[in-house]
Ligand binder design. Structure first.
Ligand SMILES: NC(=O)c1ccc[n+]([C@@H]2O[C@H](COP(=O)([O-])OP(=O)(O)OC[C@H]3O[C@@H](n4cnc5c(N)ncnc54)[C@H](OP(=O)(O)O)[C@@H]3O)[C@@H](O)[C@H]2O)c1
Length: 249
């Protein structure tokens, strides 16, 4: 049908990421699950991890309905040995990772002076150290290929401060700094490092529920931002995307 532009539905089913391999940390549920599903719909082979095998298995079943290449493994992204084993097993099964989404994260809120050292380690290790560990494990393949996308899921809390946000904001401000520096370190190799800062999203995260769930961001809104980044024309990159709900709840 030369000369006739495609409908949105036709464009939607285009496998723009065919032959690409994506890895999504915390891909079992919430935002990570929505991102993994969208990348699979776009044709990518997808690897996911989390600590709960049952949730991973359920999401892997959903991914299998959309793409041929699926790999999942229970792994803790705060542990360097788990990260190394997961990344090498994913690459052995699917091939070199070309899209990395550092999504795994936890929320823990309340005044910093009331938190324990264990709380600090848990939040900082999950939200910030994991980004360092997983990126470090994946970058060699990307450098070899001379291309890749690393997308770090930060938060508007990585740009703002608020009462009770001490540990969480510290971790996400750290993600912002790490992402900006990695972007500079890696752009010369053809690797794009981006950060997405969503507002509050309707997930199981931190047990927090929006006042009006119908007005809250959905995990698919964040997945759409990931899609925009990975389908961006070569030669440029979106370094930071802020995602906000249209209507305030
Ligand atoms: N929801 C929001 O309002 C919101 C807003 C802005 C940014 N974010 C960010 O978005 C990301 C995803 O949040 P979400 O709302 O989707 O949370 P969620 O529903 O609680 O899901 C978190 C995911 O991360 C995994 N995970 C947690 N710790 C892990 C670890 N040590 N190793 C491997 N996987 C781990 C969880 O699986 P297991 O528990 O099985 O390990 C799960 O798959 C986080 O980085 C969060 O900070 C969320």
């Amino acid at each position: 049908m030369a000369g006739i532009s495609k409908t949105n539905a036709e464009k939607d089913t285009e496998k723009l990421l065919e032959n690409r391999v994506a890895l999504v940390t915390g891909g079992s549920r919430g935002i990570g699950r929505a991102i993994a599903i969208r990348l699979a719909e776009l044709g990518a082979a997808v690897a996911i991890c989390g600590r709960d095998s049952e949730k991973l298995r359920a999401t892997a079943d959903e991914l299998h309905e959309r793409t041929e290449g699926v790999f999942w493994q229970a792994a803790d992204m705060t542990r360097a040995d788990d990260v190394e084993k997961f990344v090498s097993a994913a690459e052995a099964k699917l091939g070199p990772i070309q899209v990395l989404v550092n999504n795994a994260g936890i929320g823990l809120f309340g005044p910093a002076h009331e938190k324990s050292e264990e709380d600090w380690d848990r939040v900082l290790n999950t939200n910030l150290k994991s980004v360092f560990l997983v990126s470090r494990a994946v970058v060699p393949s990307m450098i070899k290929k001379g291309a890749g996308d690393i997308i770090n899921i930060s938060s508007l809390a990585g740009r703002n401060t608020f009462a009770g946000g001490g540990l969480y904001c510290a971790s996400k401000w750290g993600v912002q700094g790490l992402s900006g520096c990695m972007a500079e370190d890696l752009r010369g190799y053809g690797i794009r490092v981006s950060v997405i800062c969503p507002g509050s999203v309707a997930t199981e995260f931190s047990g927090h529920t929006a006042k009006d769930a119908s007005k809250a961001l959905q995990p698919e809104d964040v997945a759409h931002a990931v899609e925009a980044i990975v389908t961006q024309r070569p030669g440029s990159f979106m370094s930071e995307i802020h995602v906000r709900p249209l209507r305030k709840s």
